[in-house]
Write a protein that binds this ligand. Structure first.
Ligand code: UDP
Length: 140
């Protein structure tokens, strides 16, 4: 299995509770390495653009409001089959359905405030990384 990259967001529910270190430790313990990282407060336009694929979904406005409600930490993660590995350690979207030991099962507050985002494909990982990071900001 090749070493690849994925994109992660530690969401506002986690920055509010001051558990970004705990989340990052769970990512690292799963075998992922942080190769780029910054903390920022998303603008409405940034959040809408990032989640444009969900624009027609009923939860879109609430999701944008949540994602702009406080700071986030955006990261590029590297590891063996990083997209799948990250999705595994994140757990299911709804924490009620997430496996024990996953970030969302252990830490998420709700289906919306679910602590982490992770790319769902290699193609989207590349798009999402480029949305937030210049190539020289990713240091493997
Ligand atoms: N979301 C929500 N309500 C829903 C489904 C999703 O608020 O019914 C939010 C949640 O924060 C989720 C994000 O929208 O993480 C993106 O949804 P997606 O289906 O892509 O889930 P993910 O890939 O994050 O597991």
């Amino acid at each position: 299995m090749a070493v690849t990259r994925t994109f992660s967001i530690i969401k506002p529910d986690a920055t509010r509770r001051n558990i970004t270190g705990k989340v990052t430790t769970m990512l690292e313990d799963a075998g992922l390495r942080v190769v780029a990282c910054k903390r920022l407060h998303l603008t409405k336009a940034q959040a809408e653009g990032f989640y444009a694929v969900h624009a027609e979904r009923p939860f879109f406005a609430d999701l944008v409001a949540f994602m702009t409600s406080g700071p986030v930490v955006v990261q590029v993660l590297e590891g063996e089959d990083a997209v799948a590995l990250n999705r595994k350690v994140m757990g299911a979207t709804n924490p009620d359905n997430a496996d024990a030991g996953t970030i969302r099962k252990e830490l998420a507050e709700s289906i919306e405030a679910n602590t982490v985002h992770g790319s769902d494909s290699e193609e989207n990982a590349a798009i999402e990384i480029a949305y937030f990071f210049k190539p020289e900001e990713v240091v493997g």
